[in-house]
Design a protein around this ligand. Structure first.
Ligand SMILES: Cc1ncc(COP(=O)(O)O)c(C=O)c1O
Length: 416
C-alpha cells in the first residue's frame, strides 16, 4: 500500500476523480499544493466566479428589478440553496434555511429552544467544545439569570481517552436527563474528528424530554446525516468548510418541522421571517412564515449566497452517498499510512462509522518546525494546540496520491 503506484491505482479506480477538475487547487511556487484542509476552508469551485458574475451582471443591468426579474431573482434566491442544503443533511426542504453565520444561528435557536425552568434547566455539551458554542451557551445561561457552573454539564472522555464513548454519553443523559432541558452536540467533534452516534443520542434525549441541537460545522457535507428521521430538534452549520462556500460563507439552520407550527415559540423576529405573501404589505404585526425561513431576519447577501450555490450545485450533481463512500476509502488509506509512522498517535477513531474525513493526530515530541515545514513545502493541514495536526482529505478534490505524498513527507520530517 505504501507506494506511489498503489496510490495511483486507487485513483484510476475512483469514479469521482474527475470532480477534482471542478476546483482550483492552490499553488505554492507554481506547483499545486497537497491541500488537506477542507475541514477548515474548502476550495473554490471553478464556477464560483460565474455564479457571482451572474448576480453582478443582473445588478449592473437591472438594479432593483433584479429582485424579481433577475436571471435568478433575488427575492426567492435563498430558496434554491435551502433545497440543496436540505438534501445534504437529510432534512425536508421546509426545515432548512441558509442564512447568517453559525454562531448567529446558534443564538437565534437557543433563544427559541432553551427554555429553562426551576427543575429542568441544565445544558449538556460535548467536549472539547468549540469556544464560540461555549460562549453562546454561556450567554444564554447568564441571560436566564442562572449560574454557569451549576447549569452546564460537560461530557468528557473517560480514562484519559481521546474520544468520548457513545455509551458514556448515553449514561450521562440517563444520569442528568431529568434536570436537563437542552443537549448541544457537535455531530463531528472539531478537535478529535469523532462522529457521535447521533441517532442513539437523540432517542435517549427524547426519553427525558430534552431538546437536542447539533453543531454540524464539521459534519455538513462530510458525513451522511438524517436530521429529520433522527428527530433532531435543531441544527446549525457553516458554509465554508466541507461545503466550499468561501471564507465567511453563509451558514444554515435546521428546525424540525414539528416545531414549525408552534406559534408560541420564542423567537427574534425580522421582516424576512414574515410570511412571504404579505411581507411587502409591511404590516405592523409579525406573521411568521410556515417554514424554517421564519427565523430569517434580513434579506440575504446575494453575492455570498452565489458563491455557496456554486458548490452546493456540485454536491447535488455528485450526491452524498458517492461522496461519503469515497471519503471512507480516502481517510481509511490515510489512517493506514499514518498509523505506520512511528511517533504519531491518531486520536480519531479508526472505525469509519465513528468519524468523517478528518484525522487528528498527536505528534510525540511535537516541534512547531514540523508544521511550518509542511506549510512551506505545500502540504496544507492545520495545527491545534498543543501538539495536534488536523488532516482532512475532501473527497470532492483530494486524491489517493495526495494522501500518499502527504504521509511520505510527514514521515520524512518526523524521521529527520
Ligand atoms: C465546531 C465549530 N463551531 C462553531 C464555529 C464558529 O463558526 P462561525 O464563525 O461561522 O460562527 C466553528 C468555526 O470554525 C466551528 O468549527
Amino acid at each position: 500500500m505504501n507506494s506511489l503506484e498503489y496510490a495511483k491505482s486507487l485513483d484510476s479506480q475512483d469514479n469521482l476523480s474527475d470532480i477534482r477538475e471542478l476546483f482550483y487547487i492552490p499553488k505554492k511556487n507554481n506547483i499545486k499544493t497537497t491541500y488537506l484542509c477542507g475541514h477548515s476552508l474548502g476550495l473554490q469551485p471553478k464556477k464560483t466566479a460565474d455564479f457571482i458574475n451572474q448576480e453582478l451582471s443582473d445588478w449592473k443591468n437591472l438594479g432593483v428589478l433584479g429582485h424579481f426579474n433577475g436571471t435568478n431573482p433575488w427575492y426567492p434566491y435563498h430558496e434554491f440553496l435551502n433545497k440543496q442544503s436540505a438534501n445534504i443533511v437529510g432534512a425536508l426542504e421546509e426545515e432548512v434555511v441558509v442564512m447568517n453565520s453559525l454562531t448567529v444561528n446558534l443564538h437565534l435557536l437557543l433563544t427559541s429552544f432553551y427554555r429553562p425552568d426551576k427543575n429542568k434547566n441544565k445544558i449538556i455539551i460535548d467536549t472539547p467544545c468549540f469556544p464560540s458554542d461555549r460562549y453562546a451557551i454561556n450567554s444564554h445561561i447568564k441571560n436566564n439569570n442562572l449560574d454557569i457552573d451549576k447549569t452546564l454539564i460537560e461530557l468528557k472522555s473517560l480514562d484519559g481517552k481521546s474520544v468520548i464513548e457513545d455509551s458514556s454519553i448515553i449514561e450521562q443523559i440517563d444520569k442528568y436527563g431529568n434536570e436537563t432541558q437542552l443537549i448541544l452536540i457537535s455531530a463531528v467533534n472539531y478537535y478529535n474528528g469523532q462522529y457521535y452516534d447521533i441517532e442513539s443520542i437523540s432517542k435517549k434525549a427524547k426519553e427525558y424530554n430534552c431538546v437536542l441541537g447539533l453543531d454540524l460545522a464539521h459534519a455538513a457535507g462530510n458525513v451522511k446525516l438524517f436530521l429529520h428521521d433522527w428527530d433532531i430538534d435543531f441544527a446549525v452549520w457553516c458554509g465554508y468548510k466541507y461545503l466550499n462556500g468561501g471564507p465567511g460563507a453563509p451558514g444554515s439552520a435546521f428546525i424540525n418541522n414539528k416545531h414549525l407550527n408552534d406559534i408560541g415559540i420564542k423567537r427574534l423576529e425580522g421582516w424576512w421571517g414574515h410570511d412571504k405573501k404579505t411581507r411587502f404589505d409591511l404590516l405592523d404585526k409579525f406573521s411568521p412564515s410556515k417554514t424554517a425561513e421564519s427565523w430569517q431576519l434580513s434579506n440575504p447577501p446575494i453575492l455570498s449566497m452565489a458563491a455557496l450555490w456554486s458548490s452546493l450545485d456540485i454536491f447535488e450533481k455528485v450526491g452524498m452517498t458517492p461522496i461519503t463512500l469515497k471519503s471512507i476509502k480516502l481517510t481509511s488509506y490515510l489512517y493506514t499510512l499514518l498509523n505506520n509512522i512511528e511517533g504519531i498517535d491518531i486520536l480519531t477513531p479508526r472505525n469509519p462509522d465513528k468519524r468523517g474525513a478528518q484525522l487528528s493526530v498527536r505528534l510525540k515530541n511535537f516541534d512547531k518546525k514540523i508544521y511550518s515545514t509542511l506549510i512551506e513545502s505545500g502540504y496544507i493541514c492545520d495545527h491545534r494546540s498543543p501538539d495536534i495536526l488536523r488532516i482532512a482529505p475532501a473527497p470532492l478534490y483530494n486524491s489517493f496520491e495526495d494522501i500518499f505524498n502527504f504521509s511520505q513527507f510527514l514521515r520524512s520530517l518526523i524521521n529527520d
